[in-house]
Design a protein. Structure first.
Lengths: 271, 343
C-alpha cells in the first residue's frame, strides 16, 4: 500500500491498526484501530485496567505490541529512537522529577532528540527552552530545583519538556490526576491553547468524563482492551453504556450551553 | 544567559584552586625550597617560555624529578577517580556508587598480587597486571549482570559486582596466604601510595585518563537524561543500556589505569562529586568537569598530607583519604539531600 505523502501543513496524522498488547498472561489491548487527524484531540476513556495506558505506551514504543502504528504514513517501528522522539512526545502519568535538577535543565532534556549523540545544545536551543518556560508562566523559575516547585508548576514544566521536543504528536497519560480541580481545568485549558498554537495532535487518557467531554474533539471508550464506543462526547457518554463499563450508576446531564455532564450516583439509596 | 554563567563560574573557580594547589604542594617538602625557587624551576620548564632559572641543579631535580611528577600523578589519579565516581553514580542512579562498585578494586588487587608473588616477574609488571585484573573483573561483572538481568536495570549488575569482588578477593587472600613472605609489598600497594611516582607513571596512565575523561565528558548530557529514569529517557531518544555500557567501559578503563599506579585509594569518587553537587546545580554538565578538576586538587592535597604528616615517613595515601572519607560517608548518609535522593 502506498502511504499518502504528508502535506507540510498537516503533520501529525496518527493511524493505529490491529494493535494488540499482551502482558505475560493477559491481553491488555485487543485489535484496536484508530485514526487521529492532524490537530485533533482524541480522549481515551474507560475504567481502570481498560487498556488506556497500555494503548498509549504501545504508541509511545514503551511496550512491545503487534499491529501497526503509523505517523504521516511512516511505520513508527522502523524509525530510530531519535527520529521517533522528534515526532512523538509522551508524558507519563507520574513523571520522574529529580528534586535537585533545575527547571531549565529539565526542559532542555526535551531538546536531546534534536542534538547529535555528542552534540551540545546551542544558543538557539537555550532560547527555545527559555521561551517555553515563559509561555508556560515559569520564566521566573528557570533556576529553581524541581524539589522546590508546586504540583501545578511541575505539571506545566513536564509539558514544557514535552513541547521542547517540537513533536507534532503529544501523548498524555492522565495528565491531571495529581492536580486539584482548579489546576486540572487550567492544565487542560493550557493543553488546548498549545495544540491550537502549535497545531499538535493530542491523544490523552482522561479520568474525568465531564472534562474529557469538554476538551477532547472525540472520545474513545475502551473496555477490556477493546473499543466499545467512539465518536463525539454526546454519542459516547450514554448512561447504559457507562453503567456497564464503569460498573457504577451514572446520570448524564446537560449544561445550559449543551455540554455533557457525567454525574456518578450512589449504588444504594441513602438510608 | 544564566545557564552559561552557572557552568563557567564553578569551572573557573575549580581551575584556579587547582593551580594554587599544584604550586603550593610542589613548594612543600622535606627539603626547604623557597616559593620563588619553585616557581622559577616550573617556569623554566614551560615550553616556549625562555626563562632560565637561577636555581641550583639540586633544586631543579627536587622540583622537576621528584615533587612535580608525584603532584601530577596524584592529580591524574584523583581526577580519574572523581570522574569515575560521578559517572557511576549517574548510570546506576545511586549517590553512593563509587568507581570500585563493579569490582575494579578486587580485580586490580588480584592482578597486583599475582604480579608480586610470581617468581621472576619484576615490579614493572605490577601496573599492567593490576590493570588487566581490574578490567577482567568488570568485564565478568558486566557479562553476569547482563545475563541474569531480565531488563538490565542496573541492580543486577551491581549485585554481580558484589559477587565478582567477593570471588576475586577470596582468590587474592588465598594467594597471599601461600606466599606470606610477599605480604608486605602487596599490602603496601593495596593501601595506596604515590611515593615512587615518576614521569614514566604519568606517561603510562595519561592516555587512558585522557580518553576515558573525554568519553565521560561527551556523555554528560545523556547522564542528565538518565536522571529521569530509563523509560522516560528512552522517550527522548536515549538508549539507556547503550549509554550505561559506554560510560561504564570508559570509567572502568580509566579507573583501572589509575589504580594500577596508585594502589587502591578509596572515597575520592564519593567525596568529590558530592561536594561538587552540594555547591553547584547538580547537572552533569557541571558536575562531571568540575569533579575532574576538583578531584585532582583533592588527591594532591591528600597526598601532601600523606608525605608530610609523619615526615620523613609516609602515611599510606589510602589511609588519608579513608580518614576524610569515612566521616564524610556518614555525613552524606545523614544529610537531608541524600534522603531526598541526591540524583
Amino acid at each position: 500500500m502506498r502511504s499518502p505523502a504528508p502535506s507540510p501543513g498537516s503533520r501529525g496524522a496518527l493511524r493505529v491498526e490491529g494493535l494488540v498488547v499482551r502482558y505475560e498472561q493477559t491481553v491488555a489491548v485487543r485489535d484496536v484501530d484508530l485514526a487521529v487527524a492532524p490537530g485533533e484531540w482524541l480522549g481515551l476513556i474507560g475504567a481502570n485496567g481498560a487498556g488506556k495506558s497500555s494503548l498509549l505506551r504501545a504508541v509511545a514504543r514503551l511496550s512491545p505490541y503487534e499491529g501497526g502504528v503509523h505517523i504521516d504514513g511512516h511505520d513508527t517501528a522502523r524509525l530510530s529512537r531519535r527520529h521517533f522522539a522528534q515526532l512523538v512526545a509522551y508524558v507519563p502519568q507520574k513523571p520522574e522529577l529529580p528534586v535537585q535538577m533545575r527547571a531549565i535543565d529539565y526542559v532542555a532534556l526535551g531538546r536531546l532528540p534534536h542534538l547529535g549523540y555528542f552534540g551540545a545544545e546551542g544558543p538557539q536551543d537555550r532560547v527555545h527552552c527559555g521561551e517555553l518556560l515563559a509561555r508556560l508562566s515559569l520564566a521566573h523559575m528557570s533556576d529553581r530545583p524541581l524539589g522546590a516547585m508546586s504540583g501545578g508548576e511541575l505539571q506545566r514544566l513536564v509539558l514544557a519538556r514535552a513541547l521542547a521536543q517540537e513533536a507534532p504528536i503529544l501523548l498524555l497519560d492522565e495528565p491531571t490526576s495529581a492536580l486539584d480541580l482548579g489546576r486540572r481545568v487550567e492544565a487542560l485549558e493550557l493543553v488546548d491553547e498549545l495544540r491550537h498554537e502549535r497545531s499538535l495532535t493530542v491523544v490523552s487518557a482522561l479520568h474525568d468524563l465531564t472534562l474529557a467531554a469538554q476538551f477532547a474533539d472525540r472520545l474513545v471508550l475502551l473496555a477490556q482492551g477493546s473499543i466499545v464506543a467512539a465518536g463525539p462526547a454526546d454519542e459516547v457518554l450514554v448512561e447504559g453504556s457507562l453503567d456497564q463499563h464503569f460498573g457504577t450508576r451514572v446520570q448524564i446531564l446537560r449544561s445550559d450551553d449543551g455540554e455533557v455532564i457525567v454525574v456518578p450516583r450512589r449504588q444504594r439509596e441513602r438510608t | 544567559m544564566v545557564a552559561g554563567v552557572s557552568t563557567t563560574v564553578p569551572l573557573l573557580i575549580a581551575a584556579v584552586v587547582l593551580v594554587v594547589v599544584v604550586v603550593v604542594s610542589t613548594a612543600i617538602g622535606p627539603a626547604s625550597l623557597s616559593l620563588a625557587t619553585v616557581l622559577g624551576v616550573l617556569a623554566s620548564h614551560v615550553p616556549l617560555v625562555h626563562y632560565h632559572s637561577s636555581a641550583s641543579a639540586v633544586a631543579n631535580a627536587i622540583v622537576w624529578e621528584i615533587r612535580l611528577p608525584r603532584v601530577v600523578l596524584a592529580g591524574l589519579v584523583g581526577s580519574m577517580l572523581a570522574a569515575g565516581g560521578a559517572a557511576y553514580q549517574g548510570v546506576f542512579r545511586n549517590p553512593l556508587a563509587d568507581p570500585y562498585l563493579l569490582g575494579v578494586a578486587a580485580g586490580a588487587g588480584l592482578g597486583a598480587t599475582i604480579a608480586i608473588v610470581t617468581p621472576r616477574a619484576s615490579f614493572e609488571w605490577l601496573p599492567v597486571a593490576a590493570f588487566l585484573g581490574g578490567a577482567a573483573a568488570v568485564s565478568l561483572t558486566y557479562l553476569m549482570g547482563a545475563r541474569t538481568g531480565q531488563r538490565s536495570s542496573g541492580t543486577s549488575i551491581v549485585l554481580a559486582g558484589v559477587a565478582v569482588a567477593a570471588l576475586f578477593t577470596a582468590i587474592q587472600t588465598n594467594l597471599q596466604q601461600q606466599h606470606a613472605a610477599d605480604l608486605q609489598p602487596v599490602y603496601a600497594w593495596i593501601l595506596g601510595s604515590l611515593s615512587t611516582a615518576s614521569w614514566t607513571d604519568v606517561r603510562l596512565i595519561l592516555p587512558y585518563v585522557v580518553v576515558s575523561g573525554a568519553v565521560l565528558l561527551a556523555h554528560r548530557r545523556l547522564l542528565d537524561a538518565l536522571r529521569i529514569g530509563e523509560e522516560e529517557a528512552s522517550t527522548i531518544g536515549v538508549h539507556p543500556q547503550r549509554v550505561r555500557l559506554v560510560v561504564v567501559a570508559a570509567a572502568t578503563l580509566g579507573t583501572a589505569a589509575a589504580v594500577s599506579v596508585s594502589g587502591l585509594i578509596g572515597f575520592v569518587g564519593i567525596i568529590v562529586p558530592h561536594l561538587v553537587r552540594l555547591t553547584t546545580n547538580a547537572s552533569y554538565r557541571v558536575v562531571l568537569p568540575v569533579s575532574m578538576i576538583s578531584g585532582a586538587s583533592f588527591l594532591i592535597l591528600a597526598d601532601l598530607g600523606a608525605r608530610m604528616l609523619e615526615a620523613p615517613g609516609e602515611v599510606p595515601l589510602g589511609v588519608v583519604t579513608a580518614f576524610i572519607g569515612g566521616p564524610f560517608f556518614i555525613f552524606v548518609l545523614r544529610s537531608r539531600r541524600s534522603q531526598q535522593g541526591v540524583l
